[in-house]
Each structure stands twice: as C-alpha cells, then as structure tokens.
Design a protein around this ligand. Structure first.
Ligand SMILES: [Zn+2]
Ligand SMILES: [Zn+2]
Length: 249
C-alpha cells in the first residue's frame, strides 16, 4: 500500500487492518494505540511546529480516507457501534442530533451493523486518472502543508514537476480551486491549546512552508496572498523570499 506521507503511515500503523486487506469493508479495524476512557482511539497529531494536538482516531480515519477535514461541529458516527473502530466504511459524518438519534435507534433495534450505500468511502489509495476532481484534490492536499509535491508525485506515480504545475495553478488553470488551510479536527482540543499557526500573525513557519512560499512566489503568486495563506505578514514573506530570513534553506 503506497502510503504517501508520514502522517498516513504513522496513523495506519496503529490500526489493526483485517486479513482481507484494504478492500474489505466488513470487518472492524480496531485502534491498537492509546484510547480514551470511552474506547475511542487517541492519535497524537503533530502539526504547526511544536504544538501537539490529540485527535480521535476515527475522525482522522474518516478525514484521511475522504481527503477532507471535518468542521469542528461535525461528528463522525460508527455504524458498527464500536468506538475503537477505524474502518472507513463504518464511519459516517452526522450532526450531534443525528448522532444521538443514531444511538437511540441502535439501542431500539438491538445491535448489528447497517450498511448504507450513500456513505461508502472512496478508496484513498487507488486513484490514477487526472480529472477536475483530482486536480482539486491535489490542490487541497498541497494546501494543507502536510503533503508536498514530491509526496504526491510518489503516490500518484508521476513527476513532481507535473504535480507542482497543477497545485501552483500553471496547468489546469480553468479549474478554480483555492482553499485557505484550516485545520479542523478539534473535538477534543482545548481552547487554550489551539494551534497557533493560522491565526497568529507572528507564527513560526516550518522549513517546508518556507520552501513552499519561495517556490510559489517564484511561480507567480503574490506575497500578499502567500502571507494571508500562511498567516504571516507581508514583511515576513518578503524577507523569506529575498532570503533575509531562513538563509540556511
Ligand atoms: Zn475484513
Ligand atoms: Zn467497525
């Protein structure tokens, strides 16, 4: 299975995938790492430099298999009613109200998994053809700052230049897709421990972000737009681009 990032590898290493393999949608895939008292998996997600965030594993399982981040209020429910399960086919998003209704319904109907077709997950490991949706997906992934063009190129079995052209908008220009990064899996994130990267104007950037800023500026993006996206001031960006700061990379 071609894991294309450390995050994916680190995450799925802690999931006990059944012997049927990644195609299986029947079995529960329990979390083998630390769990909450209610049995949900705890995953230590490192993001925005030194700030460590803990997320519930089933939320991240859903996010990683659907290529999108959940809004704060969105709840991920288990069809299988098994809190440690990370099988993407058993997870579906619902509001708090739906979650409660689902729980009550399950209690009434006794136990047993139900299989709704409308929330079947997309396989996250078997994409190939370049479609508008995939272009958006690539841009989204690149915009998170977690996935680099070289990671994506490895995963999609293509050249990094090809990926760069897509994510920086030099090709597929007619597909409009701009997304400001917002890291959202925050259901157990305390207010005081919110990651600083986005809101804080004096945020510390990572080396990778600095390189991304330089590359994208070279590709024609304005400093103002980059500053906005990375949550730092215009001056900061200018210093990075002109190598007054971050000279060592
Ligand atoms: Zn199985
Ligand atoms: Zn399950």
């Amino acid at each position: 299975m071609p894991f294309y990032s450390n995050l994916q590898r680190r995450f799925w290493d802690k999931v006990q995938v059944c012997d049927h393999g990644w195609e299986c949608q029947e079995c529960c895939w329990p979390w083998v790492g630390a769990k909450t008292t209610k049995g949900y998996g705890n995953f230590y997600l490192r993001h925005f430099g030194k700030t460590t965030i803990t997320v519930r594993s089933h939320r991240l399982a859903w996010e990683l298999s659907h290529w999108c981040f959940l809004a704060e209020k969105e709840v991920i429910c288990h069809r299988c009613d098994n809190p440690p399960c990370n099988q993407p086919a058993h997870l579906f998003p619902g509001t708090h109200a739906e979650n409660t209704a689902d729980m009550l319904r399950k209690k009434r109907e006794a136990r047993g998994p139900t299989h709704g077709a409308h929330t079947q997950p997309q396989a996250f490991y078997a994409r190939a053809k370049l479609t508008p949706a995939l272009v958006k997906e690539l841009r989204f992934l690149a915009s998170t700052g977690i996935f680099h063009p070289t990671d994506l190129a490895d995963y999609y079995q293509t050249h990094a230049d090809h990926i760069r052209n897509i994510v920086y908008g030099r090709s597929w220009k007619h597909i409009e897709y701009r997304l400001t990064v917002k890291w959202a899996p925050t259901d157990n994130l305390q207010g005081a421990r919110r990651p600083k990267g986005i809101e804080n104007a004096h945020a510390k950037l990572t080396e990778d972000q600095v390189m991304t800023i330089r590359t994208r500026h070279a590709a024609g993006e304005t400093m103002a737009a980059l500053g906005k996206e990375f949550g730092v001031g215009y001056t900061n960006i200018s210093q990075i681009v002109h190598r007054h700061t971050w000279k060592h990379i």
